[in-house]
Design a protein around this ligand. Structure first.
Ligand code: PMT
Length: 400
């Protein structure tokens, strides 16, 4: 998604400049064309040679000494898809907020026609200084974007906001900026969380699903411009803004909500952990304890996903498979039996995968036979991969 994008990284004079090497390296690995501008201050912390070695390009340091042909600062400003300033010191933020262009970086920022993102890094007291805060507010109002800063221990020994976001966080945001909008107007129905099957007014049967996987998908789809309906079992997560949330408890309620919203949807992603069985009868009074063993008669819940698979026309249908062994075998079986386009399989017995953790380890099976095997990553990142595949599947389907 960053392949061939021209990203200019501006490095100002702060200790966090050393982290910019990792950011630049990440951008290069993501196949972006990276150009680096350094202020005089930045060169006190890290040498230009590091960045020329990482990017394979000369580093721009001086308005007048650099002669790369043409009017360098204008060429740099006009021919970039994104300008990232990391670290963005109080000084560079102040200069831009006040229209000062007295070196290569500040001049390129003022002349830029692409989006400009600042990644602030400075001492906490400086960051909280009302002058800096006013400058940041002014830049935000003018349409400049900000990533971070994070809070934590700073190089100067103080603790608080002012630490530059980690390179992987900045990279993640940048990637999101380039995917934003590729699902514009697409209607996506997502299911998340567990179902609860009541036994009596105080007891139920459920599972360990936290909803994190499904909520991450819903939020990522929203960020890419989709119109998202999220059918959610009972979870402890705040409803994502900008997403229509339908709360349900039981598998039968989830089925109804999914069937109602299915005809209108372009894509359905079913990450919910639906109970396969429910108690055959639900007592309307609390069942009293006795000395006898208790036997609970259960009946089968409908398989909602299989039902959607039978109904589906052009919609892209994505299922999940939670397994504890024979992952590939069961995944391929579910993909075929439920008539799915994509199936996201996770072995929930592996630490860091599946239920109630922030990460997942998934294999994504495509009905065309391809399989993508992803390493452990956050559920947000898994969501992004799933949506990349959905977007690609849709464009292949429409012959684009
Ligand atoms: O919520 P988290 O804590 O973040 O955990 C994420 C997760 C482990 C719940 C998620 O990654 C996951 O694996 N979801 C699917 C869980 C599941 O029910 O898997 P399954 O293999 O039993 O079901 C296969 C598919 O059929 C699933 O898409 C499921 O939603 C669907 N199904 C299952 C039973 C049923 N009666 N109706 C269904 O629609």
């Amino acid at each position: 998604m960053l392949t061939g994008r021209i990203i200019t990284v501006g490095i100002a004079g702060g200790i966090a400049a050393y982290k910019s090497a990792e950011l630049v390296s990440g951008l290069v690995k993501a196949k972006a064309k990276v150009r680096v501008i350094m202020t005089e201050g930045a060169q006190n912390f890290i040498r230009p040679m590091t960045f020329s070695a990482l990017t394979g390009n000369a580093v721009f340091t001086d308005m007048f000494a650099d002669n790369h042909g043409g009017v360098t600062h204008i060429e740099l400003a006009q021919n970039a898809d994104l300008l990232v300033v990391a670290p963005a010191t109080a000084n560079i933020i102040g200069k831009v907020a006040n229209g000062i262009a007295d070196d290569m970086l500040s001049t390129v920022i003022l002349a830029a026609s692409c989006e400009v993102v600042f990644c602030p890094a400075m001492n906490t007291v400086m960051y909280k200084n009302p002058v800096v805060q006013q400058n940041i507010k002014k830049l935000r109002q003018l349409g400049y974007a900000f990533i971070g800063p994070n809070s934590g221990q700073l190089a100067c020994g103080s603790t608080g906001p002012g630490r530059m976001s980690e390179p992987h966080e900045i990279l993640h945001h940048i990637k999101q900026m380039f995917t934003a909008g590729d699902l514009e107007g697409v209607k996506i129905l997502v299911s998340a969380g567990p179902t609860r099957e009541p036994i009596d007014p105080v007891r139920y049967i459920s599972n360990r699903s936290s909803g994190k996987m499904g909520y991450s998908i819903a939020k990522a789809a929203r960020d890419r411009g989709a119109k998202v309906v999220l059918v959610s079992g009972p979870v402890n997560l705040p409803p994502p803004e900008g997403v229509t949330v339908i709360k349900v408890e039981t598998a039968l309620q989830m089925r109804r909500a999914m069937l109602e919203n299915f005809p209108d949807s372009d894509v359905v992603i079913k990450s919910a952990a639906v109970a396969d069985y429910r108690p055959k009868s639900v007592s309307d009074k609390k069942i009293k304890k006795s000395h006898d063993p208790m036997v609970l008669a259960m009946e089968k819940n409908p398989d909602i996903l299989a039902e959607l698979g039978r109904m589906k026309g052009n919609q892209v249908l994505v299922g999940f498979a939670a397994e504890t062994g024979k992952l590939d075998e069961y995944a391929r079986l579910k993909l075929r039996q439920k008539n799915l386009d994509l199936l996201v399989a996770n072995d929930v017995s592996v630490p860091g995968a599946g239920f109630d953790v922030d990460t997942n380890i998934v294999k994504i099976f495509n009905r065309n036979g391809t399989v993508i095997d992803l390493p452990m990553m956050t559920k947000e990142e898994v969501a992004k991969h799933i949506l990349d595949l959905v977007a690609r599947y849709r464009s292949e389907q429409s012959g684009e």
